[in-house]
Design a protein around this ligand. Sequence first.
Ligand code: CTP
Length: 426
Amino acid sequence: MEGRVPGLLPRRPDGVRPPWKGRRVLLGVTGGIAAYKSIQLARDLTRLGAEVPVVLTESATRFVTPLAFEAVTGGAVYRSLWSVEGAARHLQLARETDLVLIAPATADFIARSALGRADDLLTTILLASRAPVLLAPAMNDRMWSHPQTRRNADHLTEILGYHLAGPTTGALAIGEGDGRGRMEEPEHLLLHAGRLLGISDAWAGRRVLITAGPTREPLDPVRYLGNRSSGRMGYALAEAAWLRGADVTLVTGPTSLPRPLGVRCIEVETAREMETAVRETLPGHDLQIFAAAVADFRPEESAPGKVKRAGVEAGKSWDVSLVENPDVSADTRDARGDGSVTVGFALESEELIDRARGKMERKEFDFIVANPAGEEGAGFDSSTNRVTLLDRAGGVVDLPRAEKWEIAWQLLDRFEQGFASGGRDG
Ligand code: CTP
């Protein structure tokens, strides 16, 4: 996970979206050089629609100013327990927050919170709050690996149930070596915070398998038959399911997308490889979503060496004979768990609804997401989509054009109803 730009969230968020929208994230900043990155974090959380009150420890103010946080959040910044405002506000702040995020969390702060100290505003809030707590440790690598810090950090996670993100490896301000100590990147922290905000009983621990992207069927070692699927819809679904607390596996054909944070990725090239990976992985899943654009045919033979122009007789054509590929979704039917929910996709240029419904019946899907082919702003290779969701009971829901992440979020709301009714046999 380290050093990777995660998922579909733009590197710099540009709009309000769930699960951050309308939620309150209390950002605590302690005194480490990584505090400068927390200004960006505060800004990004705000842009995603969260309300972000900020609490700075006294030593944090040696690295960053309250004004910087006020400017990016447009909200209040708190520093002292002893001001009139600090004393009155700390219990209220602690009670009213959906998440306490502490970034960076220094070795000293981790030690004080492991001891249950309440000697400044931030530690006091920690004791008074019952919201989930996420800490992003940042310190010199030798300090992080010291047994005392290890013991404190273990206490926070194992006894107090706090969540830690990082630290990771990479350049440290005053690094001793290549050990862990660097604060987790702000864009990863945004997602970790999102998962703690987005987690729900319906999704926590659910096992979700998603196929995504195109497949590539080789003609020779350098050429292949493929299609224009970008993989975005499947990746958006994987990210959204992870944000809700699911345990997500993505079986993905080749795409240019970064792997979604926290998602287990199995990379494949061909339809046959995808079928093998799905067959092996499928048992035990609660939800399987077949979003991949699988090539239905492959070249009967793949030439062992690169086919040369001179090798094809002048004036003749290179004839390729195609044979049928497995149907990943239908041929692995027997490996689906009892009561699990299955979702397919259908991209159609004509008779969208009837054909999609036919596919749902034939392949025994509980839901099918029908995509119009060839429509601008929908389907393949587009960042937006417009879909119609059909279910086995005859339900039809049109989701108007929106970014794929938003469509993914709305689709999961519907698939969740499949869990409630017990899936296929429900
Ligand atoms: N699918 C699959 N393996 C295939 C073909 C399709 O798993 N070899 C899955 C897709 O991921 C999708 C659903 O089946 O969820 C329907 O895919 P689509 O390509 O629309 O349907 P096909 O059955 O291939 O029919 P056609 O291409 O003739 O429309």
